[in-house]
Design a protein around this ligand. Structure first.
Ligand code: ADP
Length: 593
């Protein structure tokens, strides 16, 4: 029953609203009921009024007519009050509901795996869920309530009309069916069109970002990409607009033709009523009431059609939202807080990993052992799997095969929080938070974001302190360009800030630096690596670097090639072997001679 799809999510939207504010939902339901019943009542009172006027013309007494007039005025005031009340309740609910849905989305995002963020379709779901979070759920609720309100009105009109003729009610109801069906059909088509085109919409959004954001502006300007990108943006619009136009035209045409059918039926009934009044089979009051009912009934009817059309879009949003919220996430549910052999360090045993959708494994049978107190350097060409190795070690991904042990215990059995607390990692694409420089460093240990002394100490270890001290606002200097008085740093300075952030994790005994020093001068990188030499007995460090002058200082060097660990050992032993490492080292050393 595709046509029932419009109501599929109404229940859940209502649940959402009910959960947000019971009082407001209750008020809205009550007011909807009142607003639905009143129009029928007003029409009926109008009839009484006219009949009283006609009777008054004969008797000369206007008291009865005035009484009905007073009642009608009262009902009109009640109608205005209930409609205004609905508006107020909706505004209040909109703010609360939007906030609630946004928080639900953000909470869910925290539980997702990295894989999800890299899955374009899923990412798309999340983006869409966020974009309309504050308007769609309430819109669906408003439309559902509107539908109920207009539905109640139609039923009361039908009941009043029944006194005139059951046939008239039947004819009007049947004539309305085609327009209903057409509306649901076209709304369904719009639903599918919209869903299916989301990659194009996403591309458009991406182009907007590239064209309008500060971190892209430099390249876009210098490569003169503006014209080309705007052209692509326009082309996508052209395609989407073409499809939209076709659907809109068909929808408009059919809507008009089928609506005409209802109008013809309506005027037929109209004529019937007029003839009956002329023949005095019904009173003038009754005639006025029926004509009013027809007119208002048609209004209520087209309001219902419009609500259905809009509800499909709201359902589309909610289906997307719930798909996102209900995405299964494999829980990280280990509970161990220590391993059986704390002196064992890290072991990789035949670890394989292939990225979702990739054909070639990014890690193949990687096996190595890193003892506490040692520094490991990972070497290899771009794409050889170095970062991937770090990602599986930090549990951002889970290996497909093999085991990774820490202190003799597989990573899966560790309590994720304990594991995370033990690892300090800086990736090559570390985040440049648009916060103050102090916060940028403090974020390394979320419990100590405001620990000034700790931050200064970490900045000294990460070599950021000297340049931060030269800023007038020192550690309170706002970084980035998004906010007022923001200050941009050089890439090398950003790296030092990121490094200080890693240093903030004092309790971490596994320190991982994935090329965060690439933009620093060789001297700075060497100095940082020297500092790593101050590792305590039970700390471990893993460093990825393309500078062999640094790499050679490591205790242990592992060479990756196409995902496999092909050589390992100390600098001296690897040079002696005369293999890949020796070749690369000699190549770079020559460049400096
Ligand atoms: P390195 O750090 O040594 O430069 P990576 O570990 O980043 O190399 O990449 C190893 C391989 O995995 C490459 O072939 C790369 O194309 C692929 N890869 C890296 N990240 C992803 C990802 N998120 N999704 C799919 N493939 C990836």
């Amino acid at each position: 029953m595709r046509s029932l799809g419009v109501f599929r999510y109404s229940g859940r939207a209502l649940e959402l609203v009910w959960g947000t504010s019971k009082a407001l939902t209750f008020i809205m339901a009550g007011l909807t009921l009142i607003a639905g019943l009143l129009p029928g009542g007003i029409a009926w009172v109008g009839k009484q009024l006219i009949d009283a006027v006609v009777a008054g013309q004969i008797s000369g007494d206007s008291a009865e007519a005035l009484r009905w007039l007073g009642i009608e005025a009262g009902l009109i005031v009640a109608m205005a009050a209930s409609q205004r009340g609905l508006g107020v309740a909706q505004s209040l609910l909109r703010a609360q509901l939007g906030h609630r849905v946004n928080v639900m989305i953000l909470h869910k995002a925290q539980t997702l795996d990295l894989v999800h963020f890299e899955d374009s379709e899923f990412y798309d779901k999340m983006t869409r869920a966020r974009r309309e979070a504050s308007s769609r759920p309430l819109s669906l609720v408003n439309r559902s309530f509107g539908l109920v309100q207009n539905g109640i009105s139609l039923v009361t009109y039908g009941a009043l009309l029944l006194q005139f003729s059951g046939w008239a009610v039947l004819v009007l109801a049947v004539a309305a069916v085609p327009a209903f069906v057409a509306e649901t059909k076209f709304a369904g088509e719009a639903f599918r069109l919209f869903r299916w085109r989301s990659p194009e919409t996403r591309k458009q959004m991406y182009l907007e970002t590239v064209l309008a954001r500060e971190d892209y502006a430099k390249e876009v300007k210098l490569f003169g990409l503006g014209g080309e990108l705007v052209r692509r943006y326009r082309d996508i619009f052209g395609v989407l607009y073409g499809e939209d136009r076709d659907l809109t035209l068909r929808r408009g045409l059919w809507g008009f033709l089928l609506g005409l059918l209802s109008t013809v039926a309506l005027y037929g009934a109209y004529a019937w009523v007029a003839v009956a009044a002329v023949a005095t089979r019904i009173t003038l009051g009754q005639m006025t009431m029926y004509l009013l009912i027809f007119r208002q009934g048609q209004g209520a009817f087209s309001a219902i059609l419009q609500a259905i059309g809009g509800m499909y879009e709201d359902n589309l949003y909610l289906s997307n939202l719930y798909e996102f919220l209900e995405q299964e996430v494999a829980p990280l549910n280990g509970s161990a807080t220590q391993g059986p052999d704390p002196r064992d360090g890290i072991r990789f045993e035949d670890v394989w990993f292939t990225y979702p959708g990739a054909t070639e494994p990014a890690l193949r049978a990687v096996t190595f052992h890193l003892r506490p107190g040692t520094r490991l350097a990972l070497v290899g060409h771009n794409g050889s799997g170095k970062t991937t190795l770090i990602k599986v070690l930090t549990r951002l991904y889970t290996q497909d095969r093999g085991r990774i042990l820490l202190d003799g215990l597989p990573l899966e059995e560790w309590d994720p929080a304990v594991l995370r607390a033990r690892v300090g990692v800086i990736f090559q694409d570390f985040v440049r938070y648009q916060f103050t420089v102090g916060e940028n460093i403090g974020m390394g240990d979320v419990d100590r974001v405001t620990d000034q002394a700790g931050i200064v100490q970490a900045a000294e270890r990460g070599m950021a302190a000297p340049f931060i001290e030269t800023f007038p606002a020192k550690y309170d200097t706002q970084l980035g360009r998004w906010f007022k008085d923001g200050r941009e740093l050089s890439i090398g300075q950003w790296q030092k800030v990121a490094l200080s952030r890693a240093m903030m994790r004092e309790k971490a005994d596994i320190l991982v630096l994935d090329e965060p020093t690439a933009a620093m001068d060789a001297e700075a990188e060497a100095e940082i690596f020297q500092r790593l030499a101050d590792l305590t007995e039970d700390q471990m460090a893993i460093l990825i670097s393309h500078r062999f002058s640094t790499v050679r200082m490591a205790d242990h060097i592992a060479v990756l090639h196409q995902g496999a660990l092909v050589e390992e050992g100390s600098h001296e032993s690897l040079m002696e072997q005369g293999g890949r490492y020796a070749h690369l080292f000699t190549l770079q050393a020559k460049g400096y001679q």
